[in-house]
Design a protein around this ligand. Structure first.
Ligand SMILES: [Zn+2]
Length: 283
């Protein structure tokens, strides 16, 4: 896929809290508030810069969706080199829309990529070990990034409506408090590109699990759910100051040329990935 100038202009205008990076035809975003923290590697992929074809085109990062695994591995090689972390540092989990958070370290590196994944039913990962890159997949769901600059610890979570209702954002912050002594009032958080409130229609059963301010009646028993806002609320309630929470306002569903979207593409789609790592000595 060729990058067009309009793509870049659009992302630059839409992504207030994010920085756009371009390496040839590869585009990825990083959290602006983390960019000056040199001990971190962080990013969020777009569809641009990979080798996958058809409706996986081109930077699909899901190894288990029917795409050619060799192409997906090549995509990982490209995005890892662009963001600046080694493939061997990655830790994946088997995400199942839970609010389960697991502390991981160097012993977990390679899980889900170079060897079997032992982290089942885990949707949030935390670490304070250099040389570890946390990885979360999304295609409309909300990626949540957490950084504790005081203790050099990080967290990354996958928060769809189930995870948001179960407050995985709070669970991740509390796990960092418990494991690393993190103080929420000093933490930085970011909400990555995900489905916007105009695109996310849900039924009453889902809507009633959220405070009214995040679920707008649309008529009948349909509601529009503000998943990004709801996550911002969860994170703020857990003690992170609003000014420390980045909101990019980039919708994955409004922009199917730039992002994979479950709502826009159904099962015929790839996945983006969010990356958050603590640099090792040789990165
Ligand atoms: Zn949208």
């Amino acid at each position: 896929m060729r990058v067009r100038n309009m793509d870049i202009k659009w992302i630059s205008e839409g992504g207030e809290g994010m920085t756009l990076h371009r390496k040839y035809d590869l585009l990825y975003l990083s959290v602006k508030a983390f960019d000056n923290l040199e001990w971190l590697a962080n990013g969020f992929s777009t569809r641009f810069g990979g080798v996958s074809r058809g409706y996986f085109s081109s930077m699909n990062l899901d190894l288990h969706c029917g795409d050619d695994p060799e192409n997906v591995r090549e995509n990982y090689g490209r995005i890892a080199s662009a963001i600046g972390f080694p493939l061997t540092s990655m830790v994946f989990s088997k995400q199942t829309h839970t609010a389960n958070v697991r502390r991981v370290g160097r012993k977990d590196c390679g899980a889900g990529f170079f060897r079997a994944n032992h982290l089942s039913d885990v949707d949030g990962l935390i670490t304070n070990e250099p040389g570890v890159t946390l990885v979360i997949f999304t295609a409309d769901c909300t990626p949540l990034y957490f950084v504790d600059p005081e203790h050099h610890a990080v967290g990354l979570s996958h928060s769809g409506w189930r995870g948001t209702a179960a407050k995985i954002g709070r669970a991740t912050i509390e796990a960092m408090q418990r494991e690393f002594g993190s103080d929420p009032s000093k933490m930085l958080a970011a909400i990555g590109p995900s489905i916007c409130r105009n695109c996310y229609e849900v039924g009453e059963e889902v809507a009633k699990q959220f405070p009214n301010c995040y679920a707008t009646p649309k008529g009948g028993d349909k509601y529009l759910l503000d998943l990004m806002g709801a996550n911002q609320g969860v994170i703020a309630d857990a003690g992170v100051p609003m000014k420390n929470i980045s909101m990019p306002n980039l919708c994955t569903c409004c922009n199917p040329d730039l992002f994979y979207s479950h709502r826009a593409g159904g099962k015929k789609r790839g996945e983006m990935a969010a990356f958050l790592g603590i640099r090792g000595e040789d990165w």
